[in-house]
Design a protein. Structure first.
Length: 156
């Protein structure tokens, strides 16, 4: 099983939990910007993938391509290098925070729990159309692909 969808807009990472004291007790909460981005991911998943959900025992592979807006200050040559992926983003959000916001958003929606994710990959690029592209598949699909690829390499 394999699903893919995209989320428009500049990639955002998982924000750190905040704490406050209410009535003498510490209350932790997720920043509003993170909650809004998680809701956007959920909305796009539901709109593009419907009610698809992986089995509770599935071992999952998560692939993310994050496309960042090219800075307006980039020269024509630098812009061309960014579009051809010769220059790639080394800016925030960190890769782990990007994975975290996506994995947490899809808990209970695309899969039972993000603990099911056994393999993950993130790649960062520049684009005129900022977005994230997400592919989730069972690890069996990856293993089958790798076996097929190796068989074709060995045959030549």
């Amino acid at each position: 099983m394999r699903i893919s969808f995209s989320v428009p807009g500049e990639p955002k990472g998982k924000g750190r939990h905040r704490s406050t004291i209410v009535g003498g007790y510490i209350k932790t909460y997720t920043p509003a910007e993170t909650v809004a981005y998680e809701n956007l991911i959920k909305l796009e998943f539901k709109g593009q993938c419907g009610g698809v959900k992986f089995p509770d025992d599935a071992q999952l592979d998560l692939r993310v391509k994050a496309y960042y807006q090219i800075p307006k200050s980039a020269s024509r040559n630098k812009r061309a290098a960014m579009l051809s992926h010769q220059i790639r983003p080394t800016k925030k959000p960190d890769a782990d925070n990007l994975i975290k916001v996506i994995a947490d958003s899809l808990n209970g929606l695309a899969y039972r729990d993000d603990a099911q994710i056994c393999d993950a990959m993130i790649r960062k690029f520049y684009s005129d159309r900022p977005r994230i592209e997400i592919v989730i598949q069972t690890t069996k699909e990856i293993e089958t692909y790798e076996q097929t690829r190796l068989a074709s390499v060995n045959a030549t």
